[in-house]
Design a protein around this ligand. Structure first.
Ligand code: HEC
Length: 428
């Protein structure tokens, strides 16, 4: 009887009223003409043609792309289908992908043209276009937009409008108050320069977040803003994915400033510090489970805002936990299948209150075996810390504010000490 009831239900599943709403909400942000995904998923024909593939990528949670496993605290804009939604797609494929009544198909969500966050306070543009060939490997390229900001500013959001959306996979933003990036740009004959920018961070560049294909830009909440110091240039680290036709990227970037300095300033707790520069990273060829971890005890009460993990191609897992003074362990971020191509910044839906005495623990693992399909070297070679993407890095940054701003100096001092200790202890 139960089986009969299930199959009756499954038989009812049609594209128009069951499947289309799921695809429109979770897929067409990228899977529509002109966006980063390789095909559209708007019409019945689009979807039915790839029904089986869709079923398999949603079942193994390859799509929608969202690398974070479920954790203790929810993130903003989580791209994750529910088991029920996956079930609907599975049933629809099993019963032969019927269309249903086309009139039941919902209208497409509106994708507003122009600036999503309204008119920016400052609009800047890449000085030159960068041409990405039709074919070949993915390209990681840095560009400096020489702003030389005339006065200190606080950034609430950055919105990027690519000129070649189909090839634009993701971008990380950084502020550079030195002339390091201008020099790197000048030293390379093409626009921009290559490398993963780790050394740039190490020399003191400030991270300003990032954007990945399909994500919405957001204004920071709770009155928060990121410092953008006088004299700074904006640096973009871009990931391009060739799509079969040559395309030129010359992105326009909108900056949204806060009216005044925020009441509480963000502090970044990066574990291990400096992207693992001093963690003694030395991964033997063939090693399938190489691990590094680091811990930091909060000297004051804080509130967690966001998490950004970083490793290169052979990074495998990322985990950050909070061990509260009462012994309760919470998962702040867990990624079981790290993918360099989908580097997201994870913003907590609600600020995460972490009391003084909480131990923050980060663990990163790497798979340098030939069984890792993302290993750029085959046969595998010894891999150490470095800036190029065939080198490795590994760390997780937790951005927080002190619950009481008056405590921030104490927190910053502890973060500095932690860095110094890594430097003295490691430095190999
Ligand atoms: C954030 C953007 C984004 C979203 C949202 C997204 N996709 Fe994708 N999808 C991509 C990109 C980009 C690719 C190309 C492969 C890659 O880069 O991983 C892709 C590839 C695919 C593929 C081909 C996979 C293969 O192995 O050839 C399928 C099928 C697919 N997506 C289905 C979906 C479905 C179904 C959804 C919604 C449930 C979805 N995608 C949501 C960006 C997205």
């Amino acid at each position: 009887m139960a089986a009969f009831a299930t199959s009756l239900l499954a038989n009812d599943v049609v594209f128009s009223k069951d499947v289309a709403p799921i695809l429109y909400r979770n897929c067409t942000g990228c899977h529509r003409p002109g966006e980063a995904a390789p095909f559209s998923l708007i019409s019945y024909e689009d979807a039915a043609k790839r029904g089986r593939l869709i079923r398999s990528v949603v079942e193994n949670r390859q799509m929608p792309p969202w690398k974070a496993d479920a954790s203790t605290h929810a993130f903003q804009d989580e791209r994750r289908l529910t088991d029920a939604q996956i079930g609907v797609i599975r049933n629809w494929v099993e019963v032969g992908m019927p269309e249903g009544n086309p009139e039941d198909t919902p209208s497409l969500p509106e994708f507003p043209a122009g600036w999503q966050l309204g008119q920016p306070d400052l609009i800047v543009e890449m000085p030159e276009g960068f041409t990405v060939p039709a074919d070949g490997p993915d390209i990681y390229r840095n560009f400096v937009i020489p702003i030389a900001l005339p006065e200190d500013k606080w950034i609430r959001a950055i919105e990027l409008r690519p000129s070649a959306r189909p090839i634009f996979h993701h971008v990380l933003y950084m502020a550079d108050a030195s002339d390091a990036s201008r020099r790197a740009d000048a030293a390379d004959p093409l626009p921009g320069w290559s490398g993963t920018m780790g050394a740039f961070f190490v020399s003191g560049g400030g991270s300003l977040g990032g954007w990945a294909a399909g994500a919405q830009p957001h204004l920071l909440r709770d009155g928060l803003a990121m410092p953008f110091r006088k004299g700074s240039d904006l640096v973009l680290q871009c990931h391009f994915h060739p799509v079969g036709v040559e395309m030129t990227e010359k992105a326009v970037v909108g900056l949204y400033f806060a009216d005044s300095a925020p009441e509480r300033e963000l502090v970044s707790i990066r574990l291990p510090p400096l992207f693992g520069r001093f963690s003694g990273l030395d991964i033997p060829p063939g090693e399938a489970d190489y691990r590094k971890s680091d811990e930091f005890v909060l000297p004051v009460d804080v509130e967690g805002v966001s998490i950004a993990p970083h490793a290169h191609y052979i990074g495998k897992t990322m985990k950050m936990t909070a061990i509260r003074p009462d012994g309760v362990v919470e998962t702040l971020l867990s990624i079981g299948d790290w993918d360099f191509a989908w580097q997201d910044q994870y913003y907590f839906k609600e600020l995460v209150s972490l009391p003084r005495g909480t131990k923050i623990r980060a663990e990163v693992s790497w798979d340098n075996s030939s069984a890792n399909p993302r290993n750029p070297s085959n046969p595998p070679v010894r891999v150490t810390w470095g800036e190029e993407s065939k080198d490795e890095m590994g760390s997780i940054a937790l951005r927080v504010v002190a619950r009481n701003e008056a405590d921030r100096p104490q927190l910053e001092t502890a973060v500095q000490r932690h860095l110094m200790r890594a430097f003295m202890g490691g430095n190999r």
